[in-house]
Structures are given as structure tokens and as C-alpha cells.
Design a protein around this ligand. Structure first.
Ligand code: BMA
Length: 866
């Protein structure tokens, strides 16, 4: 008979079995309906027993939740049929738990990242059976392990490295301290007779058939699918079993001899269509189905989509050091990525729709890779399935971050168990291209003064250099492993040596201005980031108006980085005018974040092919917070997101310092040659008055023809009359050409805005209603930089076509806003075109005028909808 599984999703009760001393009085009496998956926090919120921890300072009063012991209980029915085995399947328990059936303790768990199967055949009784999962105080457990294995280095006082649980759950420099507990993944009941599949590991190797035309990417290849199968036989069952493996209309059958519980099936496919990242080709997927049989009858089925692509991490020695190049289907690519953290502090409530939206935001920003960072979790199956379908490469860290990790006590067994579970679970995904040992742990050992504290004790190196690579070779031999991020490829070399392997750049942000990115001639940058606050609607959803203040405790609750506000201020003051109030601070720090990262990306791409990748820290947030993210905790796109989209465009034109002058650097990541003509001008706009009278004065102009190879780069050095400004405060360099950048041109300024801007900028702006929203057309009367339309102030669901638009006098731009809030019952159509919805560097409320022939009504005074 076929295996049967059902979810135990509903009908659970949650209660506290050992409350922390500061638990609310009365908590002991709560008996709360719960569904699974969930964690205690989300159940308490659903019942109104705790307020939303993301709002105000609520986080502070909720530490008792993680310091208490909780019990989830339910009942399940059993039909009394003893011919079949009955198993409880726990896909994920967070974290230290006891599984109890009919009052009997059947299992103890200590690892959030593993799944557990408990055979309850011998304890169930006909009719209703009791199931309880007791979740212990995980901090107490971690501290107990710390006491037994000895203290390990960690800048964070929380004991996250002594228990296998998401490190950032204990708080991070962007995340709150909300220590969770609960069945965070589904719990199910499974019944099988004779035997079932225990694990299926498909290893796919693809050989590419070269493309035919010059520069054409290949589309087809041959593939070998090797499937390792393990079966679990019911006690007493030892006979022969059958196995059928089907893919692309081809079926291989074999028998598993009596007594054996392993089989290996190889399927060769002569002609397969290749899987590519979304910016290079298609994402064909094929269903691989493995069926277990006895006497010709199906017992169990495993089925997943696989894809065919060749992937190589090329780490060859060259004259510059040690490369770090991703090659997909034989083609070297430049990685344009971002780091991914858990999208919510309570991952059990992340829906497929939300993931799809977040991943679409990544592809829409021209990203081709996400790195799942080691302080978070191995993501859900849905995450990797969506990456397969959407053509996003995934770099997966093993879960070690920023600390020494003990290799003694129960931990190394837990690590091995968790790696087996997750490599087996995830290896079918074509999007997954790299396993990486850890985040910053090797760097910590070298640079963060760990050695005296360790005094010769182990700290995790054994995991990264032996255990993890051995398990990857054993379980998933077709996929590369890299020791860490950062790592130089050789234990004798400094792990963050820019000449070798991958680096993290954190001197910028922590100590230096963003212009110092230009000093990093790295091979691959797997982290670099600069902070900015979340969007206005997000801030005002969690902060009272009185708390919109850099020093308010509630505001600071949402800034977790050491001296975060000070670093933002220092980063700002080098470039932008001093903000006059909180609202200006918010706008300017968002813009400065966008500029910093765009500056970094353009430098790294202009440094290709020596540099082969840029992974921004960080794509997303887990809650509303001032952080390095491009998308804030409520899914709003920050100006940074738009800047990344520009900087990651397949064909990039950027003005870079070269020698003692400037060059236009053209980077072509597309598969076709890029040729065209370029006009580079130095224009002057001496005074707003002159500009107002009709545009700019041409100071110097040169024409260039260019041709950039597919996946190549060209640099055009500019003559002196272009790179040297006569009046640095008012001159602007403009490079024009079809497809060069937004508006077919890019700009370069010779001076910082803080020095350049003497008077408020002047623009006219007008909003008009269009079928699915609003259009706002802005025309500049003077130079205006980084116009941002904060549409979320009027409609948090609105989307805006562009942000960070700079205009020269006489130029216009139309922002397209998709929104269902229109002028009639909303704040008035004009609000869309007025300050502070429309902001820009140098723009003040009085900067924005209606176009000639129109008048603003009085209904949208400055600040009327703050
Ligand atoms: C690196 C990351 C994260 C951190 C970020 C910003 O260390 O790996 O640990 O959040 O920098 O400080």
C-alpha cells in the first residue's frame, strides 16, 4: 500500500510550563489555540497576549518569552491497524525540545536545522493519542554547553554558538533579540507498510555542447543523473524491492536485493536543454521521479524538479593572485548579487507570495545571485524552488557566523546531522551553485584577537577545513565547496587578502568614507554595505510622530549597529548638505546609502575581469530597522534598490578615475557586442538664474566611437578639457549615448553637493491621473540631484518607476506611480508632486513650483501629510 502522510496543522494548544520570572501574571493559566508551523511569539500575538514586537520599544518587554518553557500539545487518531508503521515527522523544531506521546518521552532534540522522524508504532493506541512537544529555555541549554566546552570568542554576548539555532535569532546588528521557540516547520503523521524511501540524492553533471554562432551561448548539453537512494524497511521486512527512476520520458528500473537498503541508479540523457541565470537564458526544469515498489506495487514516491547546468568555481592562480570566478555552462560571469537574511524574525509566517515578491525584487534589480548568509537559516524548499524557476543563482553558507564554534561536546555530531539533512534536501536545485563553510569565522580567528582566549583550543576550523568539505564530497560531489567568506584559498594567507579569493569590505562604513571603495582592487567582494533608514511609511508604522528623532529611545531601538547614527552622520557630512530636520536626515541618509553602494558596484564592475563579483550587504531586512538593506522590513524599496538596479544593468557606463584623469568605462555583460557613439560634454550652469533662462552652457565636447566585446570592457580616457573643470562647483560632465544609462546619459560632478549647493534647487512638478495610478513630471530649472518620489507616504502599496533621478536645467523626468490611491478621496492629486513626497538634494518645500499656467491649491501645505 502506498505511503500516507497528513499534516498536523490545526488543533494545537500552547501553554507555558515554566514561565520566566518576569512573565506576565496569569500567563500560567493560558491555554491558547495554535496552528503549526508557528512559534510561541506568533501565537501570543494572535491571542493579543503580546503586542507586535516590531513596534516602538515592544521588543524590550518580550525577553521573557524566550526564557520560558512552553508546551505545544494536540491529539491524533490511530486506526489500530498494526500492519503499518506510524511515524511522526517534524520538519523543524526550534530548538531544544522533548517529544512526548501518550505521556512517554520519545525523543530529545537540540537542533533547529534538522528534521526528526519518530517511529511511534509501538506507543500508539487505537483512537485518540496525545502528542506534546515541550520547548525548553534554549539560552539555559546553550549556557550549560558553554560551561562544559569552554568559552569561545564572540563579539555578541549572546551564547548563539553553543546551540544549533539561527544565530541572528539572538539579535544582530540589524535584528532584534527575539529568541523563538516552537514547531517552525510542519509536523505530520506518516504511515507506511513494507518499506519507504529514506533519502533520495540526485547528483547531476552536465556537459555543455558549445553554441554555434560566434559569442552565442550554448543552449543544450548531455547530462548524467546519478541518484543515490536509501530505503527504510519495516521491521521484519527483508525481501526484494523495486525502484523506478523516471526523467524526461526515460525510465530506469532496478531491484534492491533482499536485505539491502541502498541503491544507485544512473540515467544518461543525450540531449538536455540548459538552465541559465535569468539574464543569460531559459530556466527549463525536468521532473525527476523515484518510485519504490514491492511486487510491482508502489510503496513511496519522491519527486522534484531538477535542471541541467554546468557550474565551476574557478580559483586559478594568475599574475594578480587567486581568482574567484563563477562559470555557468562554460561561460565566466560577473556575479551581481546581494546577501540574503531571514525575511522575518518569525520565518514560519513567510508565505510563498512574500518570497516570490522578494525574489522578483532581486531579479528586477538585475541581480543574478543571492548569498544565503550563515547567521540565518537554510531557507525553505519554496525559496530554492522559486530561485530555480526565476533563474537566481544561490550561494549557500553553512550556518556559522562571526564567532568561534566549539567542535567538542554534542556540537560536532549536530553539525554533521544538520549538514546531511540540508545537503540532501537541497542538492536537487539547479539554482544552488556553492556551499560555503562560514561567515567571517576564519577572519575572526586572524584579526579579532581570538587567539589568547582560545589558548590552543579548537574554534571551528575543523568544521570548515575537514568535516564540511568531506560531507559535501560524500553527499553532493558535483557541487563546489569554499571554506569561508571571506577566504583566500590557502590557510597560510590572510583570509581577507584582496589579491586572493573573496573579501568582505567593512573598513568603509565602519571607519572610512565610501570613496575608499576605490582602493579595493579585490578579486570578488562577497560583502560590502552602507546603512540607510527604512522608508518613511515603514518608520511611521512603528514609531510615534514624537519618536521621529535621532535620539528617541524608540528610534534607537530600530538601529542595532554600534554607533550606527554616528557612522551615518560621518558618511553624510563628507558629501551632502547638513540636514535641517529629521525628515531631511531621513531623505539624505537614504540617498547617501544609495550613492555609496552604487559607487562601490561601479568600481568593482569597472575592475572586471580581475574582479569577478559584487554581493551587496544586504538585500532584505527581517523587521523595520535602519540597516544596510535595499528593501526594508515591510518590503518597501529604498532608494538603494533603484541605485543597485542601475549599477547592475547588463551594460554599464561609468565614469571612473584613471591615471590622473577620468575615463568612461563601458562594461558589457551581455552576449552581444556593444557598439555605438558617445558624446562627452563638460557643461556649465553658473548660476541658477542662467540655468533658469534656458539650460546649460557648453564648455567642451568630444565624440567617441566605441565597441565592447560580448562580456568585455572598454575604457575611454577623457581629454583634459573634459576631466578638468574650470568651475568645479557649477560644471558637470555629461556622457550621452543610446542605452548609456537612465535617460541615455550619465553625469559626473566635479564637487561634492555640500560645497556645490548654495541655494535651494528649482523645479516645476505636476501630477496627473493615469489609469493605474499617477504620473509626476518634474522639470528642472537648476541642477537637481537624486530626485526621489516618496510615494509610500501617500500609499504604502504604491510602486514607483525610478528613484534617484538627477536633472540638468531644462531636463524633465516623469515618475510613473502605480497606486490605487487617487486624488479624489486621498490627499489630493497635487500632494504627489509636492514636498515632502517629492524630494531631491537641495530641494525644499519652496523649490517646487507648478508649471506655468497651473497653480497649486492650498490643500497641500508642507508637512500636511507627514
Ligand atoms: C558582516 C555580516 C553580518 C553583519 C554585517 C554588517 O559581518 O556578515 O554579520 O550584519 O557585516 O555589520
Amino acid at each position: 500500500m502506498m505511503i500516507e502522510t497528513s499534516n498536523l496543522a490545526k488543533g494545537w494548544t500552547l501553554r507555558v510550563t515554566a514561565p520566566a520570572p518576569d512573565a506576565p501574571s496569569g500567563a500560567e493559566g493560558w491555554k491558547l489555540d495554535a496552528s503549526v508551523p508557528s512559534v510561541v511569539h506568533t501565537v501570543l500575538m494572535d491571542h493579543g497576549h503580546i503586542p507586535d514586537p516590531y513596534v516602538g520599544q515592544n521588543e524590550e518587554s518580550q525577553h521573557w518569552v524566550g526564557r520560558s518553557e512552553w508546551e505545544y500539545s494536540t491529539t491524533f487518531n490511530h486506526d489500530g491497524n498494526e500492519d503499518r508503521r506510524t511515524e511522526l515527522v517534524f520538519e523543524g523544531l526550534d530548538t531544544v525540545a522533548v517529544i512526548r506521546v501518550n505521556g512517554q518521552d520519545l525523543a530529545h532534540t537540540y537542533n533547529q536545522h534538522r528534521s526528526y522522524v519518530v517511529d511511534v508504532s509501538d506507543v500508539v493506541r487505537p483512537g485518540a493519542n496525545d502528542l506534546a512537544i515541550v520547548f525548553k529555555n534554549v539560552r539555559e541549554y546553550a549556557e550549560h554547553i558553554r560551561a562544559s566546552v569552554g568559552e569561545q570568542p564572540n563579539g555578541n554576548p549572546e551564547p548563539f554558538q553553543y546551540v544549533r539555532k539561527s544565530a541572528c535569532n539572538f539579535g544582530w546588528d540589524w535584528g532584534p533579540n527575539l529568541v523563538t521557540a516552537g514547531p517552525w516547520k510542519p509536523v505530520g503523521i506518516r504511515r507506511y507498510g513494507t518499506a519507504r524511501l529514506q533519502s533520495v540524492r540526485p547528483s547531476v553533471t552536465t556537459t555543455v555542447v558549445p553554441g554555434t554562432g560566434p559569442g552565442e551561448l550554448p543552449t543544450h548539453g548531455h547530462a548524467r543523473v546519478e541518484v543515490e537512494v536509501e530505503v527504510l524497511r519495516a521491521p521484519g521486512v527483508s525481501g526484494e524491492l523495486g525502484l523506478k527512476v523516471a526523467i524526461q520520458g526515460k525510465t530506469e528500473s532496478l531491484s534492491i536485493p533482499a536485505g539491502s537498503h541502498k541503491a544507485r541508479v544512473v540515467v544518461d540523457l543525450e540531449d538536455v536543454e540548459l538552465w541559465w541565470p535569468h539574464d543569460m537564458g531559459a530556466q527549463p526544469l525536468s521532473q525527476l521521479t523515484v518510485t519504490l515498489l514491492a511486487d510491482g506495487h508502489g510503496l513511496d514516491v519522491w519527486s522534484k524538479n531538477i535542471g541541467f547546468r554546468q557550474f565551476e568555481l574557478k580559483t586559478e592562480q594568475d599574475e594578480a593572485g587567486t581568482g574567484f570566478v563563477f562559470a555557468v555552462n562554460g561561460t565566466d560571469i560577473f556575479v551581481k548579487g546581494a546577501n540574503w537574511i531571514p525575511d522575518d524574525c518569525f520565518p514560519s509566517r513567510i508565505t510563498e507570495d512574500r518570497l516570490r515578491q522578494r525574489l522578483s525584487q532581486a531579479t528586477a534589480a538585475n541581480m543574478n545571485l543571492l548569498r544565503v548568509w550563515g547567521g540565518g537559516v537554510y531557507e525553505s524548499d519554496t525559496f530554492y524552488e522559486l530561485c530555480d524557476r526565476m533563474g537566481i543563482l544561490v550561494w549557500q553558507d553553512f550556518l556559522f557566523a562571526c564567532a568561534g564554534y566549539p567542535e567538542d561536546g554534542p556540537l560536532s555530531g549536530e553539525v554533521a546531522g544538520e549538514v546531511r539533512d540540508n545537503v540532501t534536501r537541497l542538492m536537487s536545485h539547479p539554482s544552488l551553485v556553492l556551499w560555503n563553510g562560514n561567515n567571517e569565522c576564519v577572519w575572526g580567528f586572524w584579526d579579532w584577537d581570538w587567539k589568547p582566549q582560545l589558548d590552543g583550543r579548537n574554534w571551528g576550523w575543523g568544521y570548515y577545513s575537514e568535516l564540511l568539505p568531506a560531507l559535501v564530497t560524500e553527499l553532493d560531489p558535483a557541487r563546489p565547496y569554499w571554506n569561508g567568506s571571506p577566504y583566500s584559498g590557502d590557510p597560510e594567507l590572510h583570509p581577507n587578502d584582496p589579491r586572493h579569493g573573496n573579501v568582505h569590505i567593512w573598513d568603509v562604513w565602519n571607519q572610512k568614507d565610501y570613496s575608499h571603495y576605490a582602493e579595493w582592487n579585490a578579486r570578488f567582494v562577497s560583502e560590502f554595505g552602507f546603512q540607510g533608514p527604512p522608508n518613511w511609511s515603514t518608520l511611521t508604522r512603528v514609531l510615534e510622530p514624537a519618536d521621529l528623532d535621532l535620539e528617541s529611545p524608540a528610534f534607537l531601538q530600530h538601529q542595532k549597529a554600534e554607533d550606527g547614527t554616528g557612522k551615518l552622520q560621518r558618511g553624510l557630512s563628507a558629501h551632502l548638505p547638513e540636514p535641517a530636520n529629521f525628515q531631511e536626515w531621513h531623505f539624505l541618509t537614504q540617498v547617501n546609502q544609495a550613492r555609496a553602494i552604487r559607487f562601490g558596484i561601479e568600481h568593482f564592475r569597472a575592475g572586471s575581469p580581475v574582479c569577478a563579483g559584487s554581493i551587496v550587504w544586504q538585500l532584505n531586512d527581517c523587521w523595520p530597522v535602519t540597516s544596510w538593506a535595499a528593501i526594508d522590513g515591510y518590503g518597501q524599496l529604498k532608494p538603494l534598490w533603484y541605485a543597485i538596479r542601475e549599477a547592475y544593468r547588463p551594460r554599464l557606463a561609468t565614469i571612473q578615475p584613471r591615471g590622473d584623469g577620468l575615463a568612461v568605462v563601458l562594461v558589457n555583460d551581455s552576449v552581444e557586442a556593444w557598439s555605438g557613439a558617445l558624446t562627452v560634454e563638460r557643461v556649465g550652469a553658473d548660476s541658477p538664474k542662467e540655468a533658469f533662462a534656458g539650460g546649460v552652457r557648453l564648455e567642451a565636447s568630444h565624440e567617441f566611437a566605441f565597441e565592447v566585446e560580448p562580456r568585455g570592457k572598454t575604457e575611454i580616457r577623457l581629454p583634459k578639457d573634459l576631466h578638468e573643470a574650470e568651475r568645479p562647483l557649477t560644471d558637470v560632465l555629461v556622457a550621452r549615448g543610446a542605452g548609456l544609462g537612465h535617460g541615455d546619459r550619465i553625469l559626473h560632478f566635479y564637487a561634492e553637493d555640500k560645497d556645490r549647493i548654495k541655494e535651494p534647487a528649482r523645479v516645476t512638478a505636476r501630477a496627473s491621473k493615469v489609469p493605474d495610478g499617477v504620473e509626476v513630471t518634474v522639470t528642472a530649472d537648476s541642477i537637481v540631484r537624486d530626485l526621489v518620489l516618496q510615494a509610500d507616504r501617500l500609499d504604502p502599496k504604491a510602486t514607483v518607476s525610478e528613484q534617484c533621478i538627477s536633472l540638468l536645467p531644462g531636463e524633465s523626468h516623469t515618475f510613473r506611480v502605480a497606486s490605487t490611491v487617487d486624488g479624489a478621496d486621498g490627499p489630493g492629486l497635487e500632494a504627489w508632486s509636492r514636498y515632502p513626497v517629492l524630494q531631491g538634494v537641495g530641494i525644499r518645500a519652496e523649490s517646487i513650483m507648478p508649471p506655468a499656467g497651473f497653480a497649486f491649491s492650498n490643500s497641500t501645505e508642507e508637512g500636511s501629510f507627514q
